[in-house]
Design a protein around this ligand. Structure first.
Ligand code: GLY
Length: 399
């Protein structure tokens, strides 16, 4: 375990990693293998959703009522982009109908995860094939997210009944929900969507990053005054640790925030958070599920590495130059490690793409249920495929 007081060395040059970068031949192979796996899973998940995580490395089919349901159709769209296979396009558009039904009937939508749900499923379908129902569904989802806005404190409330004092908090993950609002603002001309998303990102930067450049998972605000109250974890090891996926959501979220508003603070914070993250990575660049662990046999969270790779590639595109090249190189090495040692390769009984993700591990110090430990996780598969697609080049983002 890493002592909690240890600090990152901000802005130090990236140390070369012993992990070899994903080669062009490996990239093609990884994209082909992932696309083949998606194609083989269509009988199970064309008219159903994929569970948030696998059970014994096999995803069950479930109803479209979890916060994670958007990742499977997102993965289908990425496979469609790689192969051009019309069967994948058809499957993606069948999923759109399920997402339209879900938002029209407000089925398990009383939370902030509208971006996770509707960007990879419906914004993607609109951008790629001009599906009008997808456009309508994504705009309804943006409207729903906008309803979670809390003026006092300037944030979108994550969970629970809106305004309930015990639930008056946002979470670091929400940075990935914001692009839905930027998109909806541009589509409809509703400036409020964009202004609130920008404000939420600034609130997150102001309170969720600790002085040592680690991050709080969730953050409570005062419902009377809007003042910051305290950080707490739900899925990390403890309130004062840094959950590996939370740090990854922060990294990718800061890069996306920088895309939509060129605040130097987003870039500077990205560099500092990255330094903290890198100091806690095992040699193969895939973190333990909480960054308090730097060695031993705790489970990994491979999804954190894929999300971070996407953040590195996004920031590399925005910043360019030698620094951008360094981030791209690092992402390529992370993807090399994931492809060689974590990706599912045929023949395998698993219907996932990447092994060794961790959804939520119960500890005496956190409040999660404890599920999906050392399994494939739906967003892990999606962001792995997204990072591969980014490396292939010329990708139009769903975010
Ligand atoms: N957004 C919840 C999670 O990453 O598990």
């Amino acid at each position: 375990m890493m002592p909690m007081s240890a600090t990152a060395s901000p802005l130090a040059p990236l140390a070369p990693s012993p992990v070899a970068p994903l080669s062009p031949a490996e990239l093609t192979q990884a994209l082909d293998v992932a696309s083949g796996a998606v194609r083989r899973s269509l009988p199970d998940f064309t008219f159903a959703a994929q569970n948030h995580s696998s059970v014994g490395n096999v995803y069950p089919a479930v109803a479209n009522d979890q916060w994670t349901a958007g990742f499977w159709p997102g993965t289908v769209w990425l496979a469609f982009e790689h192969t051009g296979d019309p069967v994948l396009r058809h499957a993606g558009q069948i999923q759109v109908q399920s997402f339209l039904h879900r938002i029209e009937n407000r089925i398990e939508t009383d939370h902030h995860d509208m971006g996770f749900l509707y960007s990879p499923s419906c914004v993607a379908a609109w951008k790629l094939v001009g599906d009008a129902d997808a456009h309508r569904a994504a705009l309804l989802a943006a409207e729903q997210l906008d309803e979670r806005w809390q003026e006092k404190g300037a944030f979108f409330q994550a969970w629970g009944r809106k305004g309930r004092p015990e639930e008056y908090r946002y979470i670091i993950d929400c940075l990935l929900n914001l692009p839905l609002l930027y998109w909806a603002s541009a589509e409809t001309g509703t400036a409020r969507y964009r202004e609130r998303a920008l404000a939420h990102a600034r609130t997150t930067l102001a309170h969720s990053v600790r002085p040592d450049s680690s991050t709080f998972h969730t953050f409570y605000m005062d419902p009377e005054t809007g003042a910051p109250v305290r950080g707490a974890t739900k899925q990390g090891y403890s309130d004062d640790s840094s959950w590996a996926r939370g740090q990854a959501w922060a990294l990718y979220g800061l890069a996306l925030s920088y895309r939509y508003e060129r605040l130097p603070a987003y870039r500077e914070s990205f560099e500092r958070l990255l330094a903290f993250y890198l100091e806690r990575l095992p040699a193969d660049l895939v973190p333990y599920w909480d960054l308090v662990f730097t060695e031993g046999d705790e489970p990994r969270d491979s999804s954190s590495a894929s999300i971070t790779a996407c953040g590195l590639l996004e920031m590399a595109d925005l910043v360019g130059g030698a620094e951008g090249e360094g981030w791209r190189d690092l992402a390529t090495r992370m993807m090399g490690s994931l492809w060689r040692d974590y990706a599912v390769k045929p023949p395998s009984p698993s219907n996932g793409l990447v092994l060794h993700g961790t959804y939520s591990k119960k500890t005496p110090h956190n409040t999660c249920r404890g599920e999906g430990v050392d399994e494939c996780v739906s967003w892990g598969d999606y962001f792995y495929f997204e990072a591969l697609t980014r490396l292939k080049g010329n990708w139009t983002s769903y975010w």
